[in-house]
Structure formats: C-alpha cells, structure tokens
Design a protein around this ligand. Sequence first.
Ligand code: FES
Length: 672
Amino acid sequence: MAQDHLVVFTPSGKRGRFPEGTSVLEAARKLGADLDSVCGGRGICGRCQIAVAEGDFPKHGISSGAAHLTDWNRVEARYTDKRGALASGRRLGCQARLCGDVVIDVPPDSQVHRQVVRKAAEARDIAVDPVVRLHYVEVREPDMDDPSSDLRRLQAALAEQWGLTNTHADLPVLRILQPALRKGRWQVTVAVREGRDIVAIWPGLREKTYGVAVDIGSTTIAAHLADLATGEVLASAGIMNPQIRFGEDLMSRVSFAMLHPNGDKEMTAAVRTALDELIGAVAAEAGIERGDIVETTVVGNPIMHHLFLGLDPIELGGAPFALALDQGLSTPARDLGLAMAPGAFVYTLPCIAGHVGADTAGVVLAEAPHEQEAMTLLVDVGTNAEIVLGNRERILACSSPTGPAFEGAQVSSGQRAAPGAIERVRVDRDTLEPRFKVIGSDLWSDDPGFEDAIAGIGVNGICGSGIIEALAELFLAGVITEDGVIDKAAAERTPRVVPEGRTFSYILREGEPLIAITQGDVRAIQLAKAALHAGVKLLMDRRGGVPAERIRLAGAFGSHIDVTYAMVLGLIPDCDLHQVSSAGNAAGTGARIALLNVASRREIEQIVGKIEKIETAIEPRFQAHFVEAMAFPHKSDPYEKLRQAITLPPRSRTGGEAGPTRGRRRARLSAS
Ligand code: FES
C-alpha cells in the first residue's frame, strides 16, 4: 500500500499526511491552508501556484525537494503555452501531486486571504476576503431524456464542484444565464455572494471582479474601485454632492425635506444619479465594464445614509433624532438605481446614533479602537464633530455641534481649502511679523520667488488649518490671550495689531485682499473648539476621567491640521504629541475594509451595537465643560504633556470683553 506523505504549508504552518498522488490543492483544502482557486483544479486559472521549499527542515522532520512532487504535466504545459511561463520554481498546485514529503510555500498572490498592507501610520492591514467569490463550473448540457432547467443544472454544478448547496438567482441574473451558458459552451464563471446569491455569470473563465467603496459626504462623494482579488485600488474619483442645490448644510436639507412634498425623494434621486455617474467614471478610468462590479459599500453621515437609501430624514432633524435603522444593510444595487452586475448588492455600514453615522462606523472599523489597549480618541471634524473614545473594554461616541468655523466659514477671510488659501502660518515671537504658505505653492511668503510662484493662484483667504495655525501662533507670540482676546497691548509691539471698533485685529496680509484675524474670528474658533473639547470631556467623564493615550484625527480637516497647533488651542485634550496623528480619510478606508473583508461587516455591526451613545444636547455637564474649554488651551486643564514639548505663554487672563458663551448656539445639525 502506498505510503502517506507529510506536507507542510507555509506561511500558515498547516500540516498533514496524505496518500501518494493527492494534489497539493486538495491537500490544502483538506487542511484549510490558504490556497486560491477559481477554476476548481482544472489548470486554467493559475490561481493555485505554489513553490516547493528545497532542503532539510529538521523542525518538521522533512527533507523537501521539487522531486517530491510529480513531474510537470500536460495541463501545466498547456497553461504556460496559453498564459506564459510561471515564475521560476512555481507549479500549479492543482496539477502537482505528492510523491514524497514536502514543504509547500504559498506565495501571497496565491493566498485567498491576502493582506493589503496599509501605510505604517494606519491602524491595521486588510485581509482580502470579499463577500463575492468567483467559481468556474462545467454545467451539464440539457438533455431530452432528463429534462431540467438551466438554473437547476447550474445549481447542481455549483453544489458538486464547489460544495455550494444553497445557491439562488433572481430574475435579472436569470436573464443572462441562458446566453452565458451557451456562449461558454456550458462552461461559465459564477460570482456568488456569501455562498448563496448568484450576482453575475460570464461565459468561460473569468478571473477578475471589482467592487466600489463609497463615502457620501454632504459636500462631496468619493469612490474607490478595487480589484476584489488583490484589494488594489485601481481608480478613484470624487464628485460634488448634487444635493447642495437643495441646501448647503445638512439642516437645510432636512428643512427642504420638511417643507417640500417629495423633497426627500428629489434628494434621493440626485445622490443616486451622482453615485451612478461616479461608478461609471471609476469603471471607465480602470478600463473595466460596469457589469464586472459585483459589490459596493457605502458610508455617510446619518442624513446622507438615509437619503441614499430613500429613507425620509425628517426624524433626524429634531429630538430624539431617531434613525430608521442602525444595522448594516445589503440592498440590491438595481433598487438603488446603480448599474452594476445584474445581481450586485450595495452594503451600507451601520449608523451609530442619530448624529453619528455610518461614516463614523467606517472610522471605527479603520482605526479599530476596540482592539487597542490604549485609551483611544477618534475625532472626525466636520461641521459637527464625531467623537469616539474607548479601547477594548468599552467604547463611547457622541457628536458635538462645532459649526462650520473649522471649514473656514464664520471666519472673516475664511474659505474652503483650495488653491490660494493660506494653510500654514508662523509668527515671529519678537517682531510679531508673519509668514505663511498658500495651497498651490511650497514656498513661504518670505522666500525669494514667492510672489512669482503664486502669481497665477493669488492669496484669496485662509482655510481651516490656516486659521488654527494663525491663532495658535498669535497665542504663542502673546498677541492673543488665554481668554481669546486680541490684546491691545500688542498694538504697541507691532503695527499689525489695529483697532477695529472696541476690539483689535491682526493684519496677516496687507494688500488686496487684505487678510486679517479679527476678534470675531477668534471667537468663532473658540466656540467651535470649545464644543469639540466639551464633547470629548463628556466621554472622558464616562470613562472615569481616564485621559486619552492616543488621538487620531480623521477627515479632511484632520488630515491637514498640524496636531501641535490643534493641541495648543485645545481642540483636543492633552496627550503625548507622539501619540497624536492624522487618520486620513478613515471613513472611506472603513468602506474599503468592508468591501474587501466580509468578516469586517459582522465585526463593525457588533461593535456598533455595543458602542455607548452619549447625546450632548441633554447632558447637563456639557455647558460647564464648554465654558472651561473656551480658554486656550483650556481654563483648568494644565496641559502638562504639551508644556513638556513646547513653551506655552504664562497663564494670565485679561477677562476680555467677549463673554465666553455669548452667541453660543446649541442648535444641531448646522451641517456635517
Ligand atoms: S486551480 Fe485553477 S489552475 Fe489550479
């Protein structure tokens, strides 16, 4: 009787004994080793490539070598004739059979669950294991003596050849079934979602499918098209959210829905049309057919989420801010007006609370605070700030009404981040002279050639990150006091501090347009940052006052802001500066993770279910925290860690004339 051979797979370490003649693919499947296959071992897809490790492996008690697999066979020769040579030392795992003990190396491109390595700064790599998988099948031809439908024979083939015993196809898929089977001469590739729903069928062998990860913001919609086998992003595009014509910010869109019959439906149609165009754009950029896109994932704030799904957002416009649903949801793409594969689905991530949406769920998925030992603070600053605090023990979330000041609105020279906007500012501590950089040029304003460099751009205003730096620098230079007053004493030190009514302004740039930091600007930022900080404090209270050990700033503002300046102004609480960083577009990353890894969907649904939601509007301590947080960086918090890193001005207050809470709006949803 033939002897069993020991096979060890690396990197998984899976090992077992198999009879002589067992294919490497078969052994891998039996052991649960990670070896891919689309064609089911027919030697046509090339996804099962392996290499034999040569030499002695005392750890495994094996002497391994290429001769311990059967010789190169005709199927492999046919494959290389058609598809080109394999890399040196590679074999097709479905063809190579055991004839001795071997250590088999499964290269990353042959692993089903391959890792997409994200940037070092990001929280974790993505294991590619999409919800839709491809299965090549040979289907029995119709037979007069044994009549059965094409669907039944396809289902039988999927059951026999892939163990998928419960497959289902609905009408749009059935419409392509018969032509695909005949064109492929009864050989087709079937895209199956979660082992059940047939979403697409192609004649012959198909090796690629694609998915789109979408972030629906109130201003822009961004989409990334990814290869579902490798996780690679092949095309990205953004588009303005056409709902802007119904209202700039979220509250005005809810008002539009309230005041206009079918207003919500108009906004739903607008966002769906835009997303459908965007999907067409990324498909065209990647040079693929829309019909090859088998899945889309979507994140967005609660109002964007509801409007996209066709759910009336009116309830989100007032207390108690009830969501229609907070679970993740899979919806046929065609029901949402999106042209993709005939049976494709759209998965929307779960919302956390009435003000904390699927975009924040995306941030949580990308940043994984639930896997951290360290107390982690995630802040996504838009017109509302979404705040998440916690670690593996417990996570809390809230939203705080920061208003649009961080986006340059409510600031006298403010503008959105665009070419010509001042984004970096430095103020000389002695002379109080400023220098700055504008978006579109790498030169500082006091560098030779600056004026030439910006000739085509101009200096038009100051964006959110610029105003944060300007205020922080002016505070550090002693022009702005701890209470946020532009100090009239500074007027004696520099002609740039000029009176304006009863208050003072600082001239950042002379000329046309004149760009000044006014007392009103400082107040607008104080109100916004105090709201943000107060929200953080509420969550910290619930965690027994434990400080944040790690802070991640998400979103566009979080990506551009200098974290040191953010801390100098007290937007965020005191923390070791090395532990504060930008999370980039974490919401979009979350959508991409949900696209590429099916298990992450269950993960985020479970986490969201456990997140404790805090409603800032009804928290009695919010106002007290807010008042304390008006000061730079904070009235009572000593910011000791920050003081170890930089020199803050000595603590003294002028008790300026602008009261700390004056003009404070507690209105919600001015936008996000
Ligand atoms: S499984 Fe397709 S070529 Fe081996």
